[in-house]
Design a protein around this ligand. Structure first.
Ligand SMILES: Cc1ncc(COP(=O)(O)O)c(C=O)c1O
Length: 464
């Protein structure tokens, strides 16, 4: 009779092989899977309300539950998912997660697990290098872009404002992701301190408006301290004029943060680097490997030009119960650079696929997304029933019916999604309901985009 919480090698092998078999089978079925959530999923969810069992059960039914979970959801890691910002899920990262949670080493204070911390620091270093950040730059892997934006705003506030910081203002585009506003709120600012700068007709932040706003606010005795540019807005994929924003930030002595959660990894491509010119002048950059590196959810990143400033904003000094551990050194104590102490070893989840596939595989996949977007844009623009007002900066193609009100466009979205082959979401642009296919998944290829084009055209012809 063993200890049930510590299964025997035979039991572990049996369960592990069953789980691995399920995972491989699941990934093999993505091409045929329904892209949108099937009807009735909320009812299935409610039918799963239950109390915890007093006595344990079998493993096989748990795998069946995983299948129920996966099926009663939009297939956000599948080739037809073109809504919001699509997810990914690299197999190498799934294996890394299994192994890192199995060895369960403590990465956040480096002397507890020096090699783990070094591996994670390599990953952070590679991200800093991607944007030409200097030797003194540092960063952290976060749970996602929202937490990265939060730490960036806290670092900016600490660096640029006095302890009594409520006169501090930060400037964002009207299309900024709401996580930046939330970050400011959590960092202690009233939401009115987040100044929304109008976009120009190309949906990028209007730099003249920004300059004007800063001058007016200064004249009113307020204290501009940061400007946030987006390297790809979620709404439309527009890239703010980063070089011009860096000029304004330099002239006005503002912290320059770039939210590159959606677009950042396009920096690997020649086209992305060209569009992001100026990003290398940022004080901090948010990245989301669980978007542009196709990783499973739970992996964001923040890189900061002067790493010391990130630490100054998050470090509260040592505690007696941690006195046996080494202090921050050439290998960082990541806990001193973020809000988290205990956390998962995220670095392995990024390091595995990078070591296995190399940057070249990611560059190729991202270049493919840019090509697919161009193709989608050209084909939709050629359709007389559709209006496609903006050439894509990245991989979002906003469009709507040429002669259709919001109700007709809503019906168009519903008809497209009813196909089950693709799943799109919508936004509001120029006060009008607008569809916004977004191509990010590493599983989306030309065949699915051609199918998407045919589905959109057919639905548009029927509704028009
Ligand atoms: C531009 C941008 N910033 C921030 C975020 C927030 O990132 P996360 O969902 O990883 O917290 C997103 C998410 O879609 C985003 O697109």
């Amino acid at each position: 009779m063993g200890y049930p919480l510590d299964p025997s090698p035979e039991q572990m092998r049996e369960m592990g092989q069953a789980a691995l078999g399920y995972a491989i089978d699941f990934l093999g079925r993505r091409g045929d899977a329904r892209a949108s959530q099937p009807p009735g999923a909320p009812e299935v969810a409610r039918a799963h309300r239950e109390s915890p069992p007093e006595i344990g059960g079998e493993f096989t039914p748990l795998l069946e539950l995983v299948e129920t979970i996966a099926n009663n959801a939009a297939d956000n890691s599948g080739p037809g998912f073109l809504a919001y910002i699509p997810g990914g899920g690299l197999f190498a990262s799934s294996l890394a997660d299994l192994l890192s949670t199995t060895i369960d080493r403590y990465v956040n204070l480096w002397s507890e697990a020096p090699v783990a911390a070094q591996i994670e620091n390599n990953v952070v270093r590679w991200l800093c290098d991607l944007f030409g950040f200097p030797v003194g730059s540092r960063g952290v892997l976060t749970s996602g872009g929202s937490m990265a934006n939060f730490s960036a705003i806290v670092a900016a506030r600490t660096d640029r404002l006095p302890e009594d910081f409520l006169s501090g203002l930060l400037y964002v585009s009207e299309h900024v992701h709401q996580s930046v506003t939330k970050a400011a709120m959590l960092a202690g600012f009233p939401v009115r301190n987040v100044r929304s700068v109008a976009a120009d007709p190309s949906l990028r932040m209007d730099v003249d408006e920004l300059r004007r706003g800063i001058a007016e606010d200064r004249a009113a005795g307020l204290t501009p301290f940061a400007v946030v540019g987006s390297a790809g807005t979620t709404n439309t994929g527009a890239i703010d004029p980063l070089d011009a924003l860096a000029d304004v930030a330099a002239a006005e002595e503002l912290w320059f943060h770039v939210d590159a959660a959606y677009g950042g990894f396009f920096q690997l491509t020649a086209r992305g680097r060209e569009s992001f010119r100026g990003i290398e002048r940022a004080d901090s950059i948010t990245l989301d490997p669980h978007k542009g590196m196709f990783l499973p959810y739970g992996t964001g990143a923040l890189v900061v030009r002067e790493g010391k400033k990130l630490r100054d904003a998050h470090h509260v000094g040592t505690s007696a119960y941690l006195q046996d551990l080494a202090s921050d050194a050439d290998i960082p104590n990541f806990a001193e650079y973020s809000a988290e102490l205990s956390r998962d070893f995220r670095g392995l989840r990024v390091w595995f696929p990078l070591k296995l596939h190399g940057w070249s595989a990611f560059r190729e996949a991202l270049d493919e997304k840019l090509d697919l977007t161009e193709h989608l844009y050209e084909e939709l623009k050629a359709d007389p029933n559709l209006e496609v007002p903006w050439a894509p900066d990245l991989t979002v193609v906003p469009f709507r019916l040429r002669d259709g009100d919001d109700a007709a466009n809503r019906a168009l979205l519903a008809a497209i999604n009813a196909s089950g082959r693709v799943f799109l979401s919508s936004t509001v642009l120029e006060g009008r309901f607008t569809l916004r296919p977004c191509i990010v998944s590493h599983r989306t290829h030309r065949d699915r985009i051609d199918e998407c084009i045919a589905i959109i055209r057919r639905a548009a012809a029927e509704i028009a």
